[in-house]
Design a protein around this ligand. Structure first.
Ligand code: SAM
Length: 347
């Protein structure tokens, strides 16, 4: 067991505590980003299998009893889940959650920001891969760039502080925009986090040549801004943070070239209640059946603890160790098992 914030969390085989839970509230998305959902057709989770808000918040409560204190709502696009602020309100009442965040593509945010804030959401991450409407359309196959910008403005208006912009940097797609996005982040008082293109399930167009690495990002930014200082931090956050000479902070999530499995305390619950201990795991643990069969909280807690104590996943490091690396999950396999998709697991 690891001590932290007054709670003993179970630890896995590498001593990593169970702290950080990502909850996917839907597998549906209103964008078709080339690095995540590039296909024409998808197999969706059956609606009757999606957990209700009561089931979700009950399960989250078991996790927080065990030491989870960071919860992120994601998807798919979480704002497509009808009535989401109600779930946020339920979770915000859980005093063990120290950090309650939401990751969104921003398209529907303008209409929800105020309600999310009032419901008690602490923080927002907004995906922002380009500042150019025509490029947005090309990258997402949708024409919603203006709505994303409106969503960002509405989030600030609603009083959200500490906004983060998540930018997946893909060679040949948007790599020359990274300084513009950083400048935009400064104006919007948001911390930008550049994410390396990952070969997660669903990234069926991934190839090593398209990965614009952390080293390359730092080189481009160094040329523009001069000396970039790494910020020395303890903790499990995926982003390494850096400081520009003018005091601007930004992050890089380098899961592809510099994985951080050794510090990874994240696990993921899908909208239909399957719990994954690693983004790259082939199998998950079904928590929906026990919940729906009325199995006691104590028994579910035991299932969770014993699975976590056996955890030895190091998915991103194992991928990096491969000599030659291509698409992780072939399309036929994704169609047969949508749980292998990033948009089902929650990014
Ligand atoms: N729809 C929401 C959004 O767009 O932020 C939440 C879900 S999305 C799957 C969560 C995050 O995963 C986004 O920041 C997205 O950019 C990231 N993501 C998806 N596929 C990725 C890939 N192949 N490599 C790196 N990041 C990826």
């Amino acid at each position: 067991m690891a001590r932290g914030a007054g709670m003993d969390a179970p630890t896995d085989r590498f001593g990593r505590p169970l702290r950080n839970l990502r909850v996917s509230v839907t597998d549906r998305c209103n964008l078709r980003c080339h690095y995540c959902m590039p296909e024409e057709q998808y197999v969706w989770l059956p609606r009757e299998e999606l957990l209700t808000f009561e089931e979700l918040s009950g399960l989250v409560g078991i996790f927080t009893d065990l030491g989870v204190d960071k919860v992120r709502l994601t998807g798919g696009e979480p704002l497509l889940r009808r009535g989401l602020p109600l779930l946020v309100r339920m979770l915000a009442q859980n005093p063990r959650i120290r950090d309650l965040a939401l990751t969104t593509n921003g398209v529907l945010l303008a209409g929800h920001a105020q309600a999310l804030r009032e419901a008690g959401l602490h923080r927002l991450n907004i995906s922002l891969d380009t500042l150019r409407p025509d490029r947005f359309q090309h990258l997402t196959r949708k024409d919603n760039h203006a709505q994303v910008l409106e969503g960002i403005a509405a989030a600030r208006q609603a009083g959200f502080r500490g906004l983060k912009f998540d930018t997946v940097v893909v060679r040949g797609a948007n790599e020359e925009e990274i300084t513009d996005i950083l400048e935009f982040g400064k104006k919007a008082e948001a911390e930008v986090r550049f994410i390396e293109y990952m070969d997660v399930g669903g990234a069926t167009q991934w190839s090593p040549e398209k990965v614009f690495s952390r080293a390359e990002m730092l080189e481009v930014l160094g040329r523009r801004y001069g000396r970039i200082e790494p910020v020395v931090e303890q903790g499990s956050a995926p982003a390494e943070r850096f400081l520009l000479p003018d005091g601007t902070l930004f992050g890089i999530i380098a899961s592809t070239t510099t994985p951080f499995c050794r510090r990874c305390d994240r696990s993921r619950l899908t909208a239909d209640g399957i719990w994954y201990l690693c983004l790259y795991a082939q199998d998950g643990i079904d928590l929906r059946q026990p919940v729906r069969r009325g199995i006691s909280r104590d028994q579910i807690r035991t299932t969770i603890v014993s699975a976590w104590q056996k955890r030895n996943d190091r998915g991103a490091e194992e991928r990096r160790a491969l000599g030659s690396r291509g698409v992780f999950v072939p399309i036929q396999q994704l169609r047969a098992n949508p749980h292998l998709e990033m948009h089902t697991r929650g990014g």
